[in-house]
Write a protein that binds this ligand. Structure first.
Ligand code: NDP
Ligand code: 8X3
Length: 250
């Protein structure tokens, strides 16, 4: 039987690299995101295994359920779910916070992850097998200045991951959490609302992680024997010691 992996946020960065890496392992890929053109590009790039794309916004509960519910029978046995879709929106002190940014981060990073998981779980529970990998962050371990709500969303991912691991242990389902430090993706461009120069500055003066580094870690996690679960990993660039301590050489 085909092994199936579903990756949210596969149109960019960590999710895209993870979809490519899991395809190289032989997983049939369900790639999701909002940008249809990017999903199609990814589908064309992966030639070694079948790829099914689902376009939905993780904030929209009905659409999430409809999309997962629409999976053809031979795509329903999702073995690996990578809950990756998410972003930071803004970087401002709480007294100057933008309410739309707050809604976006809590709705996408927290509720979106829950909606997708809720839709996929029955398929895993029926088989008493599965592996859920949640992408948290160092921001879910340490709060930094102006990170307030983004950090809260990632602290929530940390709590939800721990809770899922407890609740799903009797179902034979592995739950893992990957907490990256600084990874050069479109993340900062989204955070700074398209300001490419400001976004590029985040990654100057040191070597940040690449999306492929996170995909490598996920490859390692999903290739462990059935009795081994890598529950939680903090993965940083060598130049990063904490959320705020960085060896920048500018
Ligand atoms: P990118 O901006 O490159 O990718 C974000 C992905 O999330 C895109 O594929 C995007 O797809 C998807 N996404 C965003 N909003 C939605 C939505 N409402 N519905 C569906 N999909 C959505 O950033 P990264 O690859 O860096 O981020 C991936 C994850 O890694 C996030 O959870 C982020 O918080 C986390 N992370 C990132 C770090 C970094 O330094 N880059 C460090 C630690 C954690 P589309 O726009 O097509 O919908
Ligand atoms: C992304 C890393 O440090 O910008 O979660 O929050 S950071």
């Amino acid at each position: 039987m085909a092994r199936i992996a579903l990756v949210t946020g596969a149109t960019s960065g960590i999710g895209r690299a993870t979809a490519l890496a899991l395809a190289r392992l032989g997983f049939h890929i369900i790639a999701t995101g909002r940008r249809t053109d990017r999903l199609q590009e990814l589908q064309q790039e992966i030639t070694e295994v079948p790829v099914l794309t689902l376009q939905f916004d993780v904030r929209d509960r009905a659409t999430v359920n409809e999309a997962i519910g629409s999976l053809p029978d031979d795509w329903k046995n999702v073995e690996v779910l990578v809950n990756n879709a998410g972003n930071a929106h803004g970087l401002a002190p709480v007294q100057h916070g933008d309410l739309d940014d707050w809604d976006a981060m809590l709705d996408i990073n927290v509720k979106g992850l829950l909606y997708v998981t809720h839709a996929v779980l029955p398929l895993m529970i029926a088989r008493k097998q599965g592996h859920i990998i949640n992408i948290g962050s160092i921001a879910g371990k340490e709060v930094y200045a102006n990170g307030n709500v983004y950090c809260a969303s990632k602290f929530a991912v940390d709590a939800i991951s721990k809770g899922m691991r407890i609740d799903l242990v009797q179902e034979g389902i592995k739950v893992s959490e990957v907490n990256p430090g600084l990874v050069e993706t479109e993340f900062s461009e989204v955070r700074f609302k398209g300001d490419k120069e400001r976004a590029a500055g985040v990654y100057q003066g040191y070597e940040p992680l690449r999306a492929e580094d996170i995909a490598d870690l996920i490859t390692f996690m999903v290739t462990r024997p059935a009795h081994v679960n890598i529950a939680e990993v903090l993965i940083l660039p060598t130049a990063q010691a904490s959320a705020t301590v960085l060896n920048k050489q500018l």
